[in-house]
Design a protein around this ligand. Structure first.
Ligand code: BTN
Length: 252
């Protein structure tokens, strides 16, 4: 079992036998006290997990990683909060790339794919004070040993499905804490250009002509060319670059 080798992420842990949502639990801790930066809330049995845009997150008891990390990214201007999402995506990418080299991609904005299928969902809930971020709950759901998915979410996969092997979730959590701390400290030190470059390098369908569906259900062909400062997806469509938010586009 790999030991925790971090300075602060995962040094304080709340391991709960079962909880509705680790994000909600972390938010409730924040509303009552000031947990140390890097506090991790995790559970093997999350019974009402929350996903992006009000969706649910399916996780079979005892099979997967459901965790939330509390951070205080006060150094980040609220308008640049997508940088935090990029740093977190890259940290999770680092973990998956270790076990699935050459098969791992970041799907905008922050899903992590193995072989074109979703193995990780990330839900970041920020609170803002004035122009700066005050606190952030980084919720990460990793499908590790689950083999059957029932919720109907599109293209789910897991470590087990992609490799045939069982993985130790405790060890993966320790490793993820290491990668999160590394990427977070680089962001904090202002190392932005390499972070953005790495995000684009590992972005699913970057610079590959692909089909998408817009918010009105119309299908179109375009090419992802980058990400705006606010985190919108830039797509080049018949000679023009257009920006899309999370609810405005679907990958086909
Ligand atoms: C998505 O829809 O892709 C985001 C899913 C995020 C799921 C994780 S599991 C741990 C944390 N607690 C939650 O309730 N959600 C996040």
């Amino acid at each position: 079992m790999r030991r925790l080798d971090t300075l602060f992420i995962g040094r304080e842990q709340h391991q709960l036998p079962s909880v509705n949502s680790t994000n909600e639990h972390a938010l409730s801790l924040l509303s009552k006290s000031k947990p140390p930066e890097g506090t991790v809330v995790s559970t093997p049995n999350q019974v009402a997990g929350r996903g992006q845009i009000g969706s649910n997150w399916e996780s079979e008891a005892g099979k997967n990683i459901c965790m939330s990390v509390i951070l205080y990214p006060k150094f980040l201007n609220a308008g640049r909060q997508f940088l935090l999402s990029q740093a977190v995506s890259l940290a999770v990418f680092d973990l998956l790339e270790k076990y699935f080299p050459g098969q791992t991609k970041i799907k905008w904005p922050n899903d992590i794919y193995i072989n074109g299928k979703k193995a990780v969902g990330i839900l970041i809930q920020n609170s803002v004070s004035g122009a700066q971020l005050r606190s952030s709950v980084i919720g990460i759901g990793i499908n590790v040993n689950q083999e059957i998915f029932r919720s109907g979410a599109p293209n789910p996969t897991s470590f087990k499905l992609e490799s045939g092997n069982e993985f130790n979730t405790g060890q993966l959590i320790n490793e993820l804490c290491h990668f999160l701390e590394n990427r977070y400290l680089k962001l904090k030190s202002g190392n932005i250009v390499p972070l953005q470059a790495a995000y684009l390098k590992h972005l699913y369908r970057f610079q590959i002509p692909s089909f998408f569906e817009n918010g009105n259900g119309a299908v179109f062909k375009g090419t992802i060319t980058g990400i705006s400062e606010k985190g919108q997806l830039k797509i080049y469509i018949s000679g023009k670059e257009k920006l899309f938010g999370l609810k405005e586009i679907k990958f086909l």
